[in-house]
Design a protein around this ligand. Structure first.
Ligand code: IMP
Ligand code: MG
Length: 178
């Protein structure tokens, strides 16, 4: 099998682009049923979700908007899980249906911080879409409405996902060779 080397680690092909797109299409089918008459705002969590969001949004055939947010964790002394917003929200989300778009939910800690940040924004209906989900790693309780592919706890790269900033450009997903 054709492995690739990224920085100091070796990765092997794992999820081909065609399988990713099939999963995205299934998510879109479910979204059509749930959201077609709600003019939802797709709120993409940067950086990792940009590629998934592009393919997802192209496949939608109902009125919808897209915007992007980027968070960093506070680096102060608190360990309360607060996050600081680096990009967006430049529009009001009050009274809207919002779909958070994430590349991967692993422990769920990052997404929980985003939910906390949005909790006082008077969103009418909040849904979560993630291309990838690691159920064996997940520690939280919030509902994930749209899941593309469930995977074991392997470290993966490609299709937006990075290893130290590298490999986001790969159109297939690769997993680390232990
Ligand atoms: P969580 O907070 O543990 O759910 O992790 C979510 C974030 O960690 C994702 O948005 C990714 O940025 C990163 N992440 C988790 N698993 C992987 C992986 O296998 N490869 C690359 N990044 C990952
Ligand atoms: Mg991410």
């Amino acid at each position: 099998m054709a492995t690739i080397t990224v920085l100091d680690k070796v990765f092997e092909p794992y999820i081909p682009h065609t399988k990713i797109l099939t999963a995205v299409e299934k998510m879109v089918d479910k979204m059509e049923r749930d959201l077609a008459d709600k003019n939802p705002l797709f709120l993409v969590i940067l950086n990792g979700a940009f590629m998934f969001a592009g393919d997802l949004f192209k496949k939608l055939h109902f009125p919808a908007e897209i915007s992007f947010i980027k968070f960093v964790s506070y680096s102060g002394t608190q360990s309360t899980g607060h996050v600081r917003q680096l990009i967006g929200l430049d529009e009001s989300v009050e009274g809207r249906t919002v779909v958070l778009v994430e590349d991967i939910v692993d422990t769920g800690i990052s997404m929980e911080k985003v939910l906390e940040y949005l909790s006082d924004k008077k969103i009418k209906e909040l849904r979560i879409a993630t291309l990838l989900f690691k159920p064996n790693s997940y520690q939280k309780n919030f509902k994930i409405d749209y899941i593309g592919i469930e995977i074991p706890n392997d470290f993966i790269i490609g299709y937006g996902l990075d290893y130290n900033g590298q490999a986001r450009n790969l159109k297939d997903i690769y997993k680390i060779v232990q």
